[in-house]
Design a protein around this ligand. Structure first.
Ligand code: NAD
Ligand code: IPM
Ligand code: MN
Length: 356
């Protein structure tokens, strides 16, 4: 029986990188007879231009009905001044909420071939292997907000952060289960010296951890965690944190791997799972054919592993990426003299050639 993958390219470099990932999925599909079916749907600024909304019902419904969703990125300066409720970013937030994707997994690994690209010294970054588990449908992103009001004679805006015990419990359980399959360590990141939501987060985490005696739990304030990621990243196994802290820390951690263009993600919840690179639509390089497709290609590998249980095909893709890097192919974000300068197409071809 065929399995349906809904592809949502979005804006900017979105279509360039999802085209690459679909080509790679098609190649492993042929090799292993996976019988994949692809269906493309609009979202983001592109959808806003097309039908006046960043997330058409038809796109959300198609995502719900699919076996998995491959997402590119949305947003761009063209839509910076549209009504905030219709901004392109609402598409990704609406898909996350609509699909109940509460757990966002962002694995940060440093490929041997790229250790020297990290802005950190080789001996610090070597061996980094972190899984960031970011809560994705709660917190300040989805609390009440006010775009503008007059208070004491001045205009102000506000965003409310709230977390309930069940919301924290389910994400911490997810992190604990993930740690059991890794190195049995969870670092929970909060700001409980200041925020009430963080104090509830820390209390709840401690309770959940009682059921996982084999997992070592550590708590860090987010400011210290940001520093620890730069001075000693290999101390981390699984990091679990809320929506906003997870967003910021994962961009910081992405740099350890040399470029944000390398980091994939999986978002998992109650319905179809969604896979996307952690980077955005990169408007500064969109349309030039030079974006690094690796984060999206590795997201496709996660899709095969988590949604379709096709571990062998996923392994093949990850190994093909490692090989292409070892062969010296580098997109511009990672290019140094002496290597093979690759645009998106060349990098994709190099990866495809390593899948036989
Ligand atoms: P960005 O991640 O798009 O770009 C940051 C920098 O990284 C840019 O210099 C860009 O060229 C570079 N970069 C990103 N991906 C790259 C790749 N694959 N290859 C090479 N270089 C790459 O972040 P931004 O500039 O802050 O945001 C641009 C737009 O993207 C905004 O509208 C933002 O809201 C949106 N955004 C969307 C998502 C998403 O759809 N999930 C994620 C992050 C940002
Ligand atoms: C990400 C992005 C999104 C986020 C934006 C585009 C809503 O930055 O996926 O990391 O903040 O979650
Ligand atoms: Mn982000």
């Amino acid at each position: 029986m065929s399995r349906k993958i809904v592809v949502i390219p979005g804006d900017g470099i979105g279509s360039e990188i999802t085209d690459s990932a679909v080509a790679v999925l098609k190649k492993v599909s042929e090799k292993y007879n996976l019988d994949l079916e692809f269906e493309t749907h609009p979202a983001g600024g592109t959808a806003y231009d097309l039908c006046g909304t960043p997330l058409p019902d038809e796109t959300l419904n198609a995502a719900k009905a699919a076996d998995a969703v491959l997402f590119g990125a949305v947003g761009g300066p063209k839509w910076d001044n549209v009504d905030p409720a219709l901004r392109p970013e609402k598409a990704v937030l609406g898909l996350r909420k609509g699909l109940g994707l509460y757990a966002n997994l962002r694995p940060v690994k440093v490929a041997d071939a790229l250790v020297e690209y990290s802005p950190l010294k080789e001996d610090i970054v070597k061996g980094t292997d972190i899984l960031i588990v970011r809560e994705l449908i709660g917190g300040i992103y989805f609390g009440d907000k006010c775009e503008s009001e007059i208070h004491n004679g001045a205009e102000r805006a506000w965003d409310l952060e709230n977390y309930s015990v069940p919301e924290v419990e389910r994400i911490v359980k997810f992190a604990m289960e993930a740690a059991k399959k890794r190195r049995n360590k969870v670092t929970s990141v909060d700001k409980s010296n200041v925020l009430a939501t963080s104090r509830l987060w820390r209390r709840t985490t401690a309770k959940v951890a009682e059921n996982y005696p084999e997992v070592a739990l550590d708590n860090l304030y987010v400011d210290n965690c940001a520093m620890q990621l730069a001075i000693n990243p290999s101390q981390f196994d699984v990091i679990v944190t809320g929506n906003l802290f997870g967003d910021i820390l994962s961009d910081e951690a992405a740099v350890l791997s040399g470029s944000i263009g390398m980091l994939p993600s999986a978002s998992i919840g109650f319905s179809t799972s969604l896979y996307e690179p952690i980077h955005g639509s990169a408007p500064d390089i969109a349309g030039k054919g030079i974006a690094n497709p690796v984060a999206t290609i590795l997201s496709a590998a996660m899709l095969l592993r988590y949604s379709l249980n096709e571990d062998k095909a996923a392994d093949d893709i990850e190994q093909a990426v490692d090989k292409a890097l070892a062969q010296g192919y580098r997109t511009l974000d990672l290019y140094k003299e002496g290597f093979k300068k690759a645009d998106t197409k060349t990098m994709t071809e190099a990866i495809l050639n390593n899948i036989d």
